[in-house]
Design a protein around this ligand. Structure first.
Ligand code: PHE
Length: 357
C-alpha cells in the first residue's frame, strides 16, 4: 500500500470537504417541501442548533492555508442559501396552505361563502329600459360625460343667451369654461347625428350632472336614457306608439300614458309624458301625489334647426327624441323614498337587490 505524504492526505481531505459543501449546495437549491414535516426536517438539518454545517466549520483545520479563505466563503454561501431557501419555501408553503392548495387540503372543511354581490337598482332599471328599446331595434350609443358647450347646448338649439339654459344649472370645468359636465344625455343626439347618416335609431343611457342642492328628491348627479329616431316620414304618432309600448312593457299591460304640452329648445312640438300610477292603480297615493299620474320623461319631434345644426336635411328627414330620468323610475319600482340612498353605496341597502338582474 502506498504511503501518501502528509500534505497529500490533507489535500484529499480538503477536497472531500469542498465536494461535500458543493453537494449540500445542490441539495439545498433543488429542495422543495411537500408537507410541513419536510419543512421541519430541512430546518433541523441546515438551520437548527445542531445543523450539519456546524461540524464542517471545524474542518477548516484540514484545509490547506491557501484555500482556507475559499472554504470559509463557500461555507458562508451554503449557510446563507439554506436560510433564504428555507424562508422562501416556507412562505410559498404557508401561502398555498392559506389558499387551500396544499396537499393537506381538508376536503371535509366547509367551503368559503362566495359573496356574489348585486346589481345597483339604477343599473337594474336602466337594463330593463334598454332591453325594451333593444327589442324595438334601438341601438345603444354611449358617449362622453365631459362635453363641450356646443354639443350640450348650442347644437341643441340653446345658444349662450337662451333663457332655457337656466333650466339646467351647469357645472363648467374650471380651467376651460367651454367644457362642462353634460346636463342631459341630449348631447349624445348631437354626437350621433354628426357622425351617422339616417336612418338613426339609438338609445343613450348615462350619467348627467346638474348643480342642484342635494335632497331626498334631487341630486347633483343622476342618470338618463335618451332616445333618438330619425328617418324619412317619422311622425308624432310614431313617438306616441313607441312610448306607449315602452310604458306597457315597463309598468304592465294596463298602463296608460298621457302627453302634456311642454317646451324644450330642441324639440317642436314638445311634451312631457306621464304614466298611470302603477303603485295605486291610479287611485291616488303619495308617489303620484294623489293625481294618478307620474311624470317620467320629456319628448318631442326633433326641431328642424337641430337637424340643420347637425348636418341633416330637415326637408328629407324628420325624427323624434325623448329623455327619461332613471332614478325616479327606480325609486317607483322599488319603493325607495330617498334618492340619496342610490348614491351612498351602503351595502346594507345594496344587498337587498341581490336577486334582481
Ligand atoms: N333633455 C331633456 C331633459 O333633460 C329631456 C328631453 C330629451 C326632452 C329629448 C325632449 C327630447 O330634461
Amino acid at each position: 500500500m502506498e504511503i501518501l505524504p502528509l500534505h497529500s492526505i490533507q489535500n484529499i481531505m480538503s477536497l472531500n470537504v469542498f465536494d461535500n459543501l458543493t453537494a449540500l449546495k445542490e441539495e439545498i437549491s433543488s429542495w422543495k417541501p411537500n408537507d410541513s414535516e419536510a419543512l421541519e426536517i430541512f430546518r433541523i438539518r441546515f438551520i437548527g442548533t445542531k445543523n450539519i454545517l456546524k461540524p464542517l466549520m471545524g474542518e477548516i483545520r484540514n484545509v490547506p492555508n491557501e484555500r482556507k479563505k475559499e472554504f470559509g466563503q463557500l461555507l458562508n454561501e451554503v449557510k446563507d442559501l439554506a436560510e433564504t431557501v428555507f424562508q422562501s419555501q416556507k412562505e410559498i408553503f404557508d401561502a398555498s396552505n392559506a389558499t387551500g392548495n396544499s396537499l393537506h387540503l381538508d376536503l371535509t372543511a366547509p367551503g368559503e361563502p362566495v359573496d356574489i354581490g348585486s346589481r345597483h337598482p339604477v343599473s337594474i332599471t336602466m337594463n330593463r329600459i334598454i332591453k325594451i328599446f333593444d327589442r324595438m331595434g334601438f341601438v345603444v350609443a354611449e358617449e362622453r360625460e365631459i362635453e363641450d358647450d356646443w354639443h350640450n347646448f348650442s347644437a341643441m338649439n340653446t345658444p349662450a343667451d337662451h333663457p332655457a339654459r337656466d333650466m339646467q344649472d351647469t357645472y363648467y370645468l374650471r380651467d376651460n369654461s367651454n367644457m362642462l359636465l353634460r346636463t342631459h344625455t341630449s348631447s349624445v343626439q348631437a354626437r350621433i347625428m354628426m357622425s351617422q347618416k339616417p336612418p338613426i335609431r339609438i338609445i343613450a343611457p348615462g350619467r348627467v350632472y346638474r348643480n342642484e342642492t342635494i335632497s331626498a328628491r334631487s341630486h347633483c348627479q343622476f342618470h338618463q336614457v335618451e332616445g333618438l329616431y330619425i328617418d324619412k316620414k317619422v311622425s308624432f304618432a310614431d313617438l306616441k306608439q313607441t312610448l306607449l309600448h315602452f310604458s306597457k312593457e315597463m309598468y304592465g299591460p294596463h298602463t296608460k300614458i298621457r302627453l302634456r304640452p311642454s317646451y324644450f329648445p330642441f324639440t317642436e312640438p314638445s311634451a312631457e309624458m306621464d304614466v298611470s300610477c302603477f303603485i295605486c292603480d291610479s287611485k291616488g297615493c303619495n308617489v303620484c301625489k294623489y293625481t294618478g299620474w307620474v311624470e317620467i320623461m320629456g319628448c318631442g319631434m326633433v326641431d328642424p334647426q337641430v337637424l340643420i345644426n347637425c348636418g341633416i336635411d330637415p326637408e328629407e328627414y324628420s325624427g323624434f327624441a325623448f329623455g327619461m330620468g332613471i332614478e325616479r323610475q327606480a325609486m317607483m319600482l322599488y319603493g325607495i323614498q330617498d334618492i340619496r340612498l342610490l348614491f351612498e353605496n351602503d351595502v346594507r341597502f345594496l344587498r337587498q337587490f341581490t336577486s334582481a338582474r
